[in-house]
Design a protein around this ligand. Structure first.
Ligand SMILES: [Zn+2]
Length: 270
């Protein structure tokens, strides 16, 4: 009797892969239909594999998955978007690596999350096409925190509950939000945040991307938001993220004539 659940058609972004056995590869996918899953692609390391090019990391791809005994097996793959603009631009590639790493580290095989899939796919497209990639990435971080259930409180003081007034404030990762100037200094680990940076973060929190784009933070405000969000993300993950360090080094390297000899941000070859 045919089992109707034997195969499933999904759309996915390939997060990372690892060589497996003689010619196979394990893939970690974030799918629209099943959320994060680990699958096996058989024979893709053979010279003339037709599937291989459709299963590279950062590729958005349509797949047919068959249920194997332990893992699902890729039986068909057809790239939807390979994001070719990423491949020629080290900085954009660095941002894409960061976006994928962040999602990978915050998610488990816990089932479908369509909003998260859309955010990931849209963000990768935006990294390819938008001029202001800082905006794309900061917006992604704020929305990601929302969708993962870590939305920081930015409207009321997390300690006394008073509404935040238009002045410099504090932020506590441990308390998950902003603190007023009375509560902030007495809270261990709280760090200062300017009213402007806070306004931009609130704007991202409540806006669609089209609306979010209307804001034009200065480089200093981007930097302040970046550091604050990194601080919060690091607290949440309880360990440092590697990719932002890479991006910082790339930015510092940019004015030089010499191309950085460093290897790509994430080793996907396993
Ligand atoms: Zn307070």
């Amino acid at each position: 009797m045919p089992n109707r659940e034997r195969s499933i058609r999904v759309e996915a972004v390939v997060l990372r892969h690892m060589d497996w056995g003689e010619a196979d590869r394990l893939l970690w996918l974030f799918t629209r239909e099943l959320g994060k899953v680990r699958v096996v692609a058989k024979g893709v390391r053979k010279l003339h594999s037709r599937k291989a090019g459709h299963l590279e990391p950062f590729t958005r791809t349509g797949l047919l998955l068959a249920r194997g005994r332990e893992m699902m097996i890729v039986t068909q793959a057809e790239a939807v978007d390979t994001f070719p603009l990423l491949r020629d631009d080290l900085l954009r590639m660095g941002y894409a690596s960061y976006v994928i790493e962040l999602l990978d580290r915050f998610t488990y095989e816990e089932g479908q999350n369509i909003a998260l899939y859309r955010l990931l796919a849209d963000t990768l497209s935006r990294i390819c096409t938008e001029t202001d990639t800082s905006q794309v990435v900061r917006y992604y971080e704020v929305r990601l925190l929302d969708l993962l259930g870590f939305r920081p409180q930015l409207i009321h003081c997390v300690k006394c509950g008073n509404e935040i007034k238009p002045e410099a404030q504090y932020f506590s990762a441990a308390q998950g939000g902003v603190l007023c100037p009375s509560c902030g200094p007495n809270t261990p680990g709280a760090r200062s945040i300017s009213m402007q940076a806070l306004k931009f973060l609130r704007h991202y929190q409540r806006s669609s991307y089209t609306e979010a784009k209307r804001a034009h933070p200065t480089t200093a405000h981007y930097r302040e938001m970046e550091l604050l969000i990194q601080h919060y993300l690091t607290y949440l993950l309880e360990r440092g993220l590697n990719t932002p360090e890479f991006l910082r080094r790339q930015k510092m390297d940019l004015p030089d004539d010499e191309q950085s000899p460093e290897s790509p941000p994430t080793d996907h070859s396993g």
